[in-house]
Design a protein around this ligand. Structure first.
Ligand SMILES: *Cc1c(COP(=O)(O)O)cnc(C)c1O
Length: 476
């Protein structure tokens, strides 16, 4: 497909600018410096319509991308965040003019405190990784404030998401890896051995990235707290336990919430997010500086917190994400919220049971919201996880997460989410079973997949080593 610049025809235009004589030269120069493509309105409409048909999202079909929670994004969320009162509000306006906006921010904050059990919460960070960095800065500030200057190490299980060690390193911590035991849980003996007076904290994903709820969580928090270290929860998988268990009651000191995952914001392709951080009383003083507080019937901004780590964002995250999350919370209510995790878990276990005769299951226990298989059975025919994922494209499915978590060789991580029906999952299961048969009968066909997509199998290594990220027609 040609780029919009390649389709440009000199002199063609989608609009007519009425230019006063005196500004003619100025406009010409403006046009020259910008070097925009020249197309008719119809050319533009066709170009973007064609592009949109090449994309794939939750609104197109099943998208079981593990650890990403690609649930359905209710359209009422879009309606709410496009209300003029929200789209036209400006963060530098007088607070009396933005009482409604501040109320939404405040109410979202209070709701999230309620479901997590934390007493403090910031709505500044814009993504999970941003929340991780914010929380780690708070952990650092907490220890330094107590003159506990030796705590330079952060413990991270080997099943963790790559952002965990990246955030810890960015914050100046040394990362120490904790191995998982054979069942996929934190190795308690190793943990006890590794925690000492140099440990600032542990970053733990709950449920973890193998889709399991670490049943030793209370023991884990006890081991850390006895040695003066903090427990940080990566809350990317909160969807599985939302409204059922409060992280603060499991001994978690602070956590981030991926609003775009758990609270339904379209987030494929790295779109706008929210990585809000909740914390217990002892850590509240270090939260980012900008907070919405309630003053009688009014809401106001307060940034007078001397021990705060400062601001991590100019204003409040991506405000549209807050409105979407708030709308989602209100439309589900308490009971609806509690159904999220139960249905997500039920769906993942349904797929686990139905596919376990065809695909190897490294951890043979009930899972939470996602199930991790691998390619051990198919490998005997030379078929890999990559081949299975590519073949799924022929059936118009977004493949599951592959080769993550790293502790499972050839991982295929399926997260159906609570919004998928039994019919959708049954169709997917049938396709997965068919692929398992194909692996044995015609492995070459799987190596050559996908067969029906516009772009066939891409050279992922070349794309990573020699990325072409600028169009040399327009940006030479
Ligand atoms: C998605 C995810 C993150 C990072 O969140 P972003 O919003 O993408 O920055 C961290 N940890 C886990 C387990 C995740 O799934």
């Amino acid at each position: 497909m040609q780029t919009i610049f390649e389709k440009s025809v000199t002199g063609r235009s989608a609009c007519q600018i009425q230019k006063p004589m005196s500004e003619e030269t100025e406009l010409k120069e403006f046009r020259l410096t910008l070097d925009l493509p020249e197309l008719s309105e119809l050319d533009i409409v066709r170009h973007y319509t064609a592009l949109s048909k090449r994309a794939f999202g939750v609104d197109d079909g099943f998208y079981p991308l593990g650890s990403c929670t690609m649930k359905y994004n209710p359209k009422i969320n879009e309606l709410a965040c496009n209300l003029e009162g929200f789209t036209q509000s400006h963060p530098l306006d007088e607070t009396e003019n933005m009482q409604g906006t501040l109320e939404v921010i405040y109410s979202t904050q209070e709701y999230l405190k309620e479901v997590t059990g934390f007493t403090g919460l910031t709505l500044e960070p814009t993504a999970g990784a941003h929340g991780e960095l914010t929380a780690l800065m708070m952990i650092k500030a907490y220890h330094l404030d107590r003159n506990d200057t030796k705590r330079k190490k952060i413990l991270i299980p080997d099943s963790a998401h790559g952002t965990n060690p990246a955030s810890a390193a960015m914050c100046g911590f040394e990362c120490i890896e904790i191995p998982s035991d054979k069942d996929g849980y934190v190795d308690l003996a190793k943990l006890s051995e590794l925690v000492n007076d140099e440990t600032a904290g542990l970053m733990l994903t709950i449920p973890n990235t193998v889709g399991l709820f670490d049943k030793n969580i209370l023991e884990i928090s006890k081991i850390l707290h006895e040695k003066g270290a903090l427990l940080y929860m990566d809350g990317a998988n909160l969807n599985a336990i939302l409204g059922i268990v409060k992280p603060a009651e499991m001994g978690v000191d602070l956590m981030h919430i991926n609003l775009h995952k758990t609270f339904s914001t379209p987030h494929g392709g790295g779109g706008p997010g929210g990585g809000f951080v909740g914390c217990v009383k002892d850590l509240e003083a270090y939260l980012p500086a900008q907070r919405v507080v309630k003053d009688g019937d009014n809401f106001k901004l307060d940034s007078n917190f001397p021990k705060s780590i400062g601001r991590v964002r100019a204003f409040f995250s991506n405000f549209g994400v807050i409105v979407r999350a708030y709308t989602y919370m209100l439309s589900l209510g308490k009971e609806g919220t509690q159904r999220i995790g139960r249905y997500a878990t039920l769906n993942a276990n349904y797929i686990r049971v139905k596919l376990s005769q065809y695909y190897n299951l490294p951890h043979k226990v009930n899972c939470m919201h996602e199930v991790v298989f691998n390619d051990e059975v198919q490998a005997q025919y030379g078929v890999s996880t990559m081949d299975i994922a590519k073949r799924l494209l022929d059936f118009k499915y977004h493949p599951p997460t592959i080769y993550f978590p790293l502790i499972v060789h050839g991982a295929l991580m399926i997260e159906p989410t609570e919004t998928e029906s039994k019919q959708t999952m049954d169709e997917f299961i049938d396709v997965m079973i068919q692929i398992a048969h194909e692996a044995k009968a015609s492995p070459q066909m799987l190596h050559d997949a996908p067969h029906t997509t516009v772009v066939k199998r891409v050279d992922a290594v070349k794309a990573a080593r020699n990325p072409v990220i600028v169009c040399n027609m327009c940006c030479s």
